[in-house]
Design a protein around this ligand. Structure first.
Ligand code: BTN
Length: 186
């Protein structure tokens, strides 16, 4: 008996590239610097969460790595038209690397769930956000030399990030209902 039809590598690649582009487009929204940490409040970090809960871990991680690689070689894909290596070694560098963890964690939870209803998508996106914080906040603390201040300064992101988690889960839930085959175990 034939097994499940393997996903075409070409369609994998297409979805990965489309999401890398989508995350880049979110960078067109400006960032706001609040709280003195040098890390902006942005919309762009919703991209890795959305990629994870729509595409699954493997393709979402690839999309984020592609987008970050293009940024690192100089394309101005971050909010405010920034690019190059500087953002990765600045105060928000940890959050940028954390986007890979966001996509991976959100994707793993979403793809392993038996149903992909709104509660699971919310949980997956929230876990992806925590994964970003787990990388970004210690990195910021290391950068500034004050881990306590890094934690406190990062509290300013929480309300907006929770809103992004909800928006990402709602969007993904619509996508999964409209295109049930979008997220396959990877
Ligand atoms: C950059 O553009 O240099 C990366 C910015 C990273 C911002 C982080 S992502 C998680 C948290 N939520 C925000 O709105 N900002 C920070």
């Amino acid at each position: 008996m034939p097994g499940p039809r393997p996903t075409l590598p070409a369609s994998d690649l297409a979805r990965t590239v489309v999401f890398a582009a989508f995350i880049a487009v979110l960078g067109l929204f400006p960032g706001f610097y609040v709280g003195g940490s040098g890390v902006p409040i942005i919309i762009q970090n919703m991209g890795p969460l959305l990629a994870g809960i729509i595409l699954g871990a493997r393709r979402a991680t690839a999309a984020v790595v592609l987008m970050l690689a293009l940024t690192a070689i100089g394309l101005p894909l971050l909010s405010g038209g920034r690019g190059g290596v500087a953002p990765f070694i600045g105060p928000s560098g940890g959050f940028l690397f954390g986007w890979i963890a966001s996509a991976l964690v959100a994707g793993l939870i979403a793809q392993r769930a038996r149903n992909r209803g709104l509660p699971v998508l919310l949980l997956a996106a929230f876990a992806g956000l925590l994964a970003d914080y787990l990388v970004g906040i210690p990195f910021l603390g290391f950068y500034t030399g004050d881990f306590g201040a890094a934690f406190v300064q990062s509290l300013v992101f929480v309300p907006g990030d929770l809103a992004k988690v909800v928006v990402a889960a709602l969007v993904a839930s619509v996508v999964h209902r409209a295109l049930p085959g979008t997220l396959v175990s990877s």
